[in-house]
Structures are given as structure tokens and as C-alpha cells.
Design a protein around this ligand. Structure first.
Ligand SMILES: [Zn+2]
Length: 314
């Protein structure tokens, strides 16, 4: 009898495949929160708009998930999906050619560019959306990204449609060199024309927003919103510390720091975004409907009051 127990270890029953220790929890069933390190049931996290229920960390969203979250159901109509990036410099680096990288990214993400544009409605109020997809080459701004944004701004001016840009980006797309840097001037010029047509541009900055996108169209809006905790800047903090040889202040480049220093007008929790945007659209509606051809930017007194009260509330 004793022998029987001693031998038991050698005859362990084989576990079924789904009970093998390393496969017992499929990778996508649970998601670990990078801030509080709690494991969240992924489906539960999706139901909560990918905001951690424990610490309110805002996970990244794909462009289509963002549109699904913001726009009224079935209201989104995509613009310019057929405009695709090209390779003007025949760029090749250590990981291969730019064209191969585009093909791989397209196959993985199902998107053809890092910017998704179209018209939609929020609580029944029409607007245009231009949303970055960070999973597409870090949502870097190449010439097609810029072109899609400019076409969107031009349609907005023509139709009197307010524009909401949602930006998370690593900056200019280095594979397109100067062609990508030129998009900074091109997009800002288009938005200046939109301002002259007295059509509002709202910019929502989400984590992470850096480089040529922060330095161009994303920060020339009438109202700049940000999600809590989003990192927003031009160069990264390590680069700045190395160059200036100075220690940066606590919380540098967070949305909260930028709100305090006047770069951001409002921080809005993801769950409150739709309602907040509907309020902004309502405040701007009279200006849009009047279509008075005036130079300069819009500064509705009512909106300034909203922004100030929102900022004071944190
Ligand atoms: Zn958390």
C-alpha cells in the first residue's frame, strides 16, 4: 500500500489542454491594470469603456472603439477610406521597407491609415470626427493623415459642421521625412480657415499625445479637452532632462499639469465625454447656425463660463 502512494507522482493524470497551468487563463480574458496592478475581467473592462473600475486608469482605445463610444449608434459615416499612404522617399530601415511595414500594419489593424475621419452625431447634434489610431504606427502623422484631416476640415467649413479631433500620436511619421513635417503647416492652415468660417474645432487629447501632432493641429482648437492622466507633450521628459540638465517637476506632461498651466481647458472622464461634448456643441450651435463670416476665433461668453467652471471643478 505504501508503495502505491510513493509511486503516485510518476502517474499523474494528464491535464486537459485548457487546464494546463500556462494555458488555464487565456491571455485576453483578463487585463492587468498598469497603474493599480489589479486583474480586470476584460469583458467587464470593455463594458466600462476600458476605464479601470478600481483606480479609474484610462486604457487606450482604437479609433473605431472611440467612435463607437462617442457617436450616436449607427450615425458614423466614414470619409476617404480609399486614400492610402504612399512611399515618396522609398524609405528602408533596419526592419525593412516602409511599404512592407504599411502592409503588415494594415493586415494587423484592419485600418489603412492612422486617422479615421467621417461625420457622426452626438446626442443628435451633427459633427465631424477625426480620430487617431495609436495602434497604426503610433498614429504618426504622414501625408495621408494630414490630407484626410484637411479634407475633413474643408468639409466642415463648407457644411458648417463642428469638428472634433481625438489625438493620440507619437508625432510626425519619420518614414515620410519632410512630407510628414509639412502636414503640421497644412493642417494648421486648414483649421485657421475653419476658424474664419466660424465653425468650432474641439480637440480631445488622449494618452499619449506627442511630437508634431501636439505641436500643430491638436493644440490650435477653440476648446482643448483631455482625458485624466493622459501624457501630453512635444519631446519626452527624459529627452528634455538630458538636454536642459534640469530635474522636471512632479507630474510634468500630465493632463492635470497642463490644465494647471493653461494648456488644456478641461479634463473630462471618459464616461462623461459624450455629455460634455453635447454641452459644447449646444453652446456653439448658435454661432454655427448664424454662419457670420468673421475673422478670428470663437469665444462665446457662455462657453468661457463652462470652461472656467469645469476647470475650477478639476
Ligand atoms: Zn487600475
Amino acid at each position: 500500500m505504501r508503495d502505491f502512494f510513493h509511486r503516485r507522482g510518476a502517474f499523474r493524470p494528464r491535464l486537459a489542454d485548457d487546464q494546463q497551468p500556462d494555458q488555464a487563463i487565456p491571455e485576453d480574458l483578463w487585463t492587468k491594470c498598469p497603474r493599480c496592478h489589479e486583474l480586470q475581467y476584460t469583458k467587464e473592462l470593455e463594458r466600462n469603456a476600458r476605464v479601470c473600475p478600481k483606480c479609474s486608469y484610462h486604457f487606450r482605445l482604437s479609433a473605431r472603439a472611440r467612435v463607437g463610444l462617442l457617436a450616436d449608434p449607427d450615425s458614423f459615416v466614414e470619409w476617404d477610406p480609399e486614400v492610402r499612404p504612399e512611399d515618396p522617399l522609398r524609405f528602408v530601415d533596419g526592419s525593412g521597407s516602409y511599404l512592407d511595414k504599411l502592409a503588415r500594419t494594415e493586415a494587423k489593424s484592419g485600418e489603412t491609415e492612422a486617422l479615421l475621419t467621417g461625420r457622426a452625431a452626438i446626442e443628435g447634434r451633427p459633427l465631424a470626427l477625426a480620430v487617431c489610431d495609436f495602434d497604426f504606427m503610433g498614429a504618426s502623422m504622414g501625408s495621408v493623415f494630414g490630407e484626410k484631416l484637411v479634407r475633413t476640415a474643408e468639409r466642415c467649413a463648407e457644411l458648417g459642421l463642428p469638428l472634433l479631433t481625438v489625438s493620440a500620436s507619437g508625432g510626425a511619421r519619420m518614414h515620410e521625412g519632410l512630407f510628414s513635417l509639412m502636414q503640421m503647416a497644412k493642417t494648421v492652415a486648414a483649421l485657421a480657415r475653419l476658424g474664419r468660417a466660424r465653425v468650432p474645432h474641439f480637440s480631445l487629447l488622449v494618452d499619449p499625445c506627442y511630437g508634431g501632432v501636439t505641436a500643430s493641429y491638436a493644440t490650435v482648437a477653440d476648446v482643448i479637452l483631455a482625458e485624466p492622466g493622459a501624457l501630453i507633450g512635444f519631446a519626452g521628459p527624459r529627452v528634455i532632462e538630458q538636454i536642459t540638465k534640469q530635474k522636471l517637476p512632479e507630474g510634468f506632461q500630465t493632463a492635470e499639469f497642463l490644465l494647471e498651466h493653461g494648456m488644456v481647458d478641461l479634463i473630462v472622464e471618459r464616461g462623461a465625454l459624450r455629455a460634455g461634448l453635447a454641452t459644447l456643441l449646444a453652446h456653439y450651435a448658435p454661432a454655427v447656425e448664424q454662419q457670420v463670416p468673421l475673422n478670428g476665433h470663437l469665444h462665446e461668453p457662455a462657453l468661457v463660463a463652462v470652461v472656467e467652471s469645469g476647470a475650477a471643478g478639476g
